[in-house]
Design a protein around this ligand. Structure first.
Ligand SMILES: O=C(O)CCC(=O)C(=O)O
Length: 224
């Protein structure tokens, strides 16, 4: 985990078992085919699913039987605590033809949560490669400043372009994870392959986070 202090991101291999990859993939597929309101499509008429939000609220059992203990352990080690708060779980679906996710810092979405220190464990459910979109990071050294974001078509995006040519990425096998802090500038590219690139992003925060300005917010949080 040393690299996360230096670069704001790192890679951890084999975070979940192949059985858990199948288990999670089946649940997420169920959300899509049932057209859960939490599934967002790229364009309604194209029916390309983009992401499925709040997977842990639909299926709290994802944390049963120690399935995600390694992912939770990564967060505990980062925050140096015995417990962590899971406050978001998003399946990024990116099927063949899927669209890019523009450069951003996760912390820009979560300014209502204090302290502003987050860790996302993005677990590959398919091989993640350059041609199917990957996940790319801008090397930032230890820079932990939150840049200005603006509301784009679908998400918050950095208001100044990043030099994507400097971006770093590594291929992931199903079950591997890329891990980043809330300050890491990252993005994904269009999926130009014929294969899907799905990943489950679990967003963790310190156990003692406060979001009292947003009553009701805690209802969706999970202490792990
Ligand atoms: O998987 C993607 O396309 C985007 C992932 C992402 O932005 C995140 O997990 O924070």
């Amino acid at each position: 985990m040393q690299r996360i202090e230096l670069d704001g991101f790192t890679y951890v291999r084999s975070v979940i078992s192949s059985d858990t990859v199948i288990f999670l993939s089946d649940l997420i597929h169920e959300m899509v085919i049932n057209r859960s309101p939490n599934v967002q499509f790229v364009q309604d008429e194209k029916l390309i699913p983009r992401k499925a939000k709040d997977v842990h609220l639909h299926y709290p059992e994802i944390f049963s039987n120690g399935r995600l203990d390694n992912a939770v352990g990564i967060a505990k080690s980062y925050f140096d605590t015995n417990e962590v708060t899971l406050f978001a779980s998003t399946a990024w679906l990116k099927p063949a033809g899927g669209t890019p996710k523009p450069p951003h810092q996760d912390a820009a979405h979560w300014t209502h949560v204090i302290p502003t220190d987050f860790l996302t464990v993005w677990i590959a459910l398919d091989p993640s490669t350059v041609d199917n979109g990957g996940v790319h990071y801008l090397p930032m050294g230890g820079d932990r400043t939150l840049r200005r974001h603006v509301r784009g078509d679908v998400d918050y995006v950095l208001d100044t372009p990043v030099q994507k040519a400097l971006g770093l990425t590594e291929d992931l096998q199903p079950g591997d994870a890329s891990v980043h802090t809330g300050f890491a500038i990252h993005w994904s590219e269009p999926n130009t392959s014929t294969r899907p690139r799905r990943g489950l992003a679990l967003a963790f925060a310190h156990p003692d986070i406060d979001s009292s300005d947003h009553p009701g917010m805690f209802d969706s949080f999970l202490r792990l």
